[in-house]
Design a protein around this ligand. Structure first.
Ligand SMILES: Nc1ncnc2c1ncn2[C@@H]1O[C@H](COP(=O)(O)OP(=O)(O)O)[C@@H](O)[C@H]1O
Ligand SMILES: N[C@@H](CCOP(=O)(O)O)C(=O)O
Length: 329
């Protein structure tokens, strides 16, 4: 589920009346997602998404997110475009929560990921990175390396309930990551949660990127590392080198990686794995029984983390850095 806040009909009509988008025909809660309340809003002029921002989004970050989507949409990236009210303001309030209406994107997110999806994702992510460079806003990554140890320590005493020995493993990983985290890779705006459920496709082409509510300023290559984890492992836990190769090769057709970025991919992938492992671990241990949210498996990310820790170098992702940027696939 992701409808935490029910909106009464009269509140909705008054809210939509502040926009020039026609009259409400219907408004249905969307079951997917975990962070915010989302509705598919139909008016007599078209379809929109109405989002009420819930407690896990810091309200002071919202102008950054809204401004980013406006900027990217203006640059021609297919992403939700915030709709302003008649007064020119996009970020408003509904039911005591910050709320916004954004454009509805066509397409579906892929339930079964193919190599062709990974290829298209690589280009779309590089395009996002290029278009984000001219965005004036910035936001530190609140789930970056400095956040990981405190997040772990909060749950350390209960971590072995999930798997015996997991706490020690995570402690060693955190030590390693703190010692080896890169310092001076190219920085820009990253999506930071570019999982399959946030990428819409029509056929094999990306038709839109959604859910910019973890976007932040960080190493661009860290976004790639997040995608290697989220897109290139099979259900049985095996790493699919063909998918990784296509993702990286296609990314580089739009934005070539520096040698330092390429070399850093394994450590960035380890960091990205621990970041999602830790937030999933927190949710696993803290989601009340009976809550209408599907908990995600933290151990999926332990297996991914072990894979990245076991490889010799970034070549294990199916590409050599000296491969020509626009060569044969
Ligand atoms: N702009 C959009 N166009 C079409 N569908 C959308 C759009 N934004 C969200 N959705 C739908 O809402 C669901 C949840 O959105 P998401 O932003 O991932 O929520 P959350 O931030 O709560 O995780 C998506 O899986 C999709 O079905
Ligand atoms: N992608 C994260 C959880 C965030 O969920 P989203 O619905 O906001 O994309 C994970 O898989 O742990």
């Amino acid at each position: 589920m992701a409808v935490y806040t029910e909106v009464a009909d009269e509140d909705l009509r008054a809210f939509v009346g502040e926009y020039d988008i026609g009259a409400v025909v219907s408004c249905k809660g969307i079951a997917e997602g975990v962070e915010n309340s989302n509705y598919l809003l139909q008016t007599d002029r078209g379809n929109y998404i109405l989002t009420l921002y819930e407690k896990r989004v810091n309200p002071t970050d919202l102008p950054f997110f809204i401004g980013l989507m406006e900027h990217l949409a203006r640059q021609g990236l297919r992403c939700p475009t915030p709709v302003a009210g008649r007064d020119g303001i996009a970020l408003r309030h509904l039911c005591d929560r910050p709320a916004a209406i954004v454009s509805f994107l066509k397409g579906l997110w892929p339930r079964r990921i193919t190599a062709a999806h990974c290829a298209a994702l690589g280009r779309a992510m590089a395009d996002l990175h290029q278009k984000g460079l001219s965005y004036a806003g910035s936001r530190p990554n609140s789930l970056g390396p400095k956040a990981w140890r405190p997040l772990f320590e909060q749950e350390a005493h209960r971590t072995d309930e999930v798997k015996p020995g997991l706490a020690d493993f995570l402690r060693h990983e955190l030590d390693h990551l703190e010692r080896h985290w890169p310092q001076d890779l190219p920085i820009g705006i990253i999506h930071a949660d570019l999982f399959p459920d946030n990428v819409f496709f029509q056929g094999d082409e990306v038709s839109g990127l959604i859910d910019f509510y973890f976007a932040c300023t960080d190493f661009l290559a860290y976004d790639i590392a997040i995608c290697l984890n989220a897109w290139c492992f099979e259900d049985d836990g095996s790493f699919n080198i063909t998918k990784a190769h296509l993702l990286l090769w296609n990314y580089q057709q739009v934005r070539p990686l520096s040698a330092a970025e390429f070399r850093a991919l394994p450590i960035l992938a380890r960091g990205s794995a621990i970041r999602f492992l830790l937030t999933r671990l927190y949710d696993w241990l803290n989601t009340p029984a009976g809550a209408f949210v599907k908990r995600k498996d933290p151990l999926e990310y332990e297996r991914k983390l072990r894979f990245h820790a076991s490889i010799e170098g970034a070549e294990a992702y199916g590409l050599h850095h000296d491969a020509p940027a626009a060569g044969k696939q």
